[in-house]
Design a protein around this ligand. Structure first.
Ligand code: ZN
Length: 136
């Protein structure tokens, strides 16, 4: 039942997630990859997409019925192995204050057909202590 970063398609080693998404969708359109195999989002991810996902303007590329929702998972020090689902920017600010480094994974997921794909990976950098440099 473990949901992990490995389950976020396009996760490991891919630099350009948009490119990998596009080529995967091409494969689906050509019938080389079945829809079932790309619409296999973990139930946790679908639940997150439904309940706390950030609505997007992107129509689901597979079912073309609903817009995909964006879900952000953060992994790093002291967080659950499955990642922490982040819904609010203030959560990220709180993490930054801990002084540890975290990585945010932004995933698009379709609550309708369960298509999912990793969109971006963002390091949550610890802000440098430059408070003294503040100008007027
Ligand atoms: Zn869909």
């Amino acid at each position: 039942m473990g949901f992990s970063v490995d389950m976020l398609r396009g996760g490991t080693g891919v630099v350009d997630h948009q490119l990998s998404r596009r080529s995967l969708l091409n494969e689906v359109k050509r019938g080389r990859v079945s829809k079932d195999s790309v619409c296999d989002a973990h139930p946790e991810l679908i639940r997150a997409a439904r309940n706390i996902g950030e609505p997007s303007k992107t129509i689901c590329p597979i079912c073309e019925e609903v817009n995909v929702a964006l879900v952000t998972y953060v992994f790093g020090h002291g967080l659950p192995k499955n990642g922490k689902c982040v819904t609010d920017r203030s959560d990220i600010v709180k993490l930054q204050r801990t002084g540890h480094e975290y990585t945010a994974y932004v995933v698009e997921a379709c609550p309708q057909c369960r298509w999912h794909h990793l969109l971006r990976v963002l390091p949550i950098a610890v802000p440098k202590r430059t408070r003294t440099a503040a100008k007027g």
